[in-house]
Ligand binder design. Structure first.
Ligand SMILES: [Zn+2]
Length: 376
């Protein structure tokens, strides 16, 4: 069943991408963006440039094993969690960004840009809402005009790796390549280097953290999952449940001890439509911002937020007690790049099933393949 589904998705996305890639380029004075760099094909597991490995050579990289991978994702053994593995136990470290301070909401959209992103950007523009966009490297190369548009609109551009793989199952070299190729693509299009990355599926442990930190990147997880990713693969899923989640979170604004960071996707038409429906609900209950704004951190290595977003001078509320346990055996991730990010519970965020993860991964790989096609 699944291969057939993916084939259908591939056909549809190839068609959609072919139709829409030319439109933004044409709108932007008819000159498609010309990349100077030669990038890996979209969705492939890339290899790093030697100079990138040199960046982590003298860093204190946590000596944790590469987690075994099955078709449904990482497979941990035993019950101990010495490396603070979020997929395994929901463990977070103080420098992981998981929540915004009370009263604020970090709005994030993953897996773009896609053929559906323009509709989302249009809507966000109508309410002057800035968001954090966790972009997949191959999609950046496939849709540079959407990346430029998002940046110029004041959205915070961030990374979601190159191949959308489980980072804990990759080697140090692969993790470096996933982050650096994506950063390079965003930098080439916009001129700025993102600081934030979201590990696909939230899959992070101390080894991944320490590599990201050595490269100057800060991980962002979430504490509210809209479950929008289920629309494409769970036939029993009712899209209205996404709206129900937002309504519930809005009702909790006054009593919650911390704010939110939500997980949404501009991957499908349905997820974009849901994102448009629920944003007003969240805006009524919270001050909705980018992630960088709510935690008071710069969006880019070059400093500042971006062209139009003004970051607050300082707002790091860390009053909420983390519910997830922080294991004590490894402290390699000292997080010198960032001041105190909001530390928070990941307990409510762990809802993705293994089967669904496999499906969404394949959907993203399909997008990647189509991106490679468009580069030909
Ligand atoms: Zn994703």
């Amino acid at each position: 069943m699944l291969p057939k589904l993916f084939l259908l998705a591939a056909t549809a996305l190839l068609s959609i991408n072919a139709q829409t890639t030319s439109a933004p380029a044409a709108a932007a004075a008819g000159t498609p963006f010309a990349f100077k760099e030669t990038y890996p094909s979209g969705g492939s597991k890339p290899t790093p440039k030697p100079e990138w490995m040199a960046l982590i050579k003298s860093a204190n990289i946590t000596n944790a094993p590469v987690v075994k991978a099955s078709a449904n994702g990482p497979v941990q053994s035993g019950s101990a969690d010495p490396y603070c593995d979020w997929t395994f136990t929901g463990c977070t470290r103080p420098d992981d960004i998981v929540a915004c301070p009370k009263g604020q909401w970090g709005i994030t959209y993953d897996d773009g840009p896609t053929a559906f992103s323009g509709k989302l950007y249009d809507f966000l523009d109508t309410t002057q809402q800035k968001s954090t966009l966790f972009m997949i490297g191959g999609q950046v190369v496939a849709f540079p005009d959407l990346v430029t548009r998002a940046y110029k609109s004041g959205h915070e551009l961030a990374m979601h790796t190159w191949s959308h793989s489980y980072l804990t199952t990759e080697t140090n070299e692969q993790i470096v390549a996933e982050l650096m190729w994506t950063a390079t693509a965003i930098k080439e299009v916009t001129g700025v280097t993102p600081r934030f990355y979201r590990p696909p599926y939230g899959d992070i442990d101390d080894r991944v953290r320490s590599i990201g930190h050595a490269l100057g990147f800060t991980p962002v997880i979430w504490n509210h999952d809209t479950d929008d990713w289920k629309v494409a693969e769970d036939k029993t899923f009712d899209e209205k449940w996404i709206d129900g989640n937002a309504t519930k979170w809005a009702s909790e604004a006054a009593s919650a001890t911390e704010g939110g960071i939500s997980l949404e996707h501009d991957l499908y038409q349905k997820t974009v439509d849901a994102a448009i429906r629920i944003l007003p609900t969240l805006q009524k209950a919270y001050k909705v911002t980018t992630v960088g704004q709510c935690v008071g951190q710069a969006s880019y290595k070059e400093g500042g937020a971006n062209t139009t977003t003004v970051a607050p001078s300082a707002s790091s509320s860390s009053s909420a007690a983390p519910k997830a346990s922080s294991s004590s055996s490894s402290a390699a991730n000292s997080g010198a790049v960032s001041p105190a990010g909001a530390s928070a519970s990941a307990a409510s965020a762990k809802t993705e099933s293994g089967a669904s993860r496999a499906s969404i991964s394949s959907a993203v790989l399909v997008l990647g393949a189509s991106a490679a096609y468009m580069l030909l």
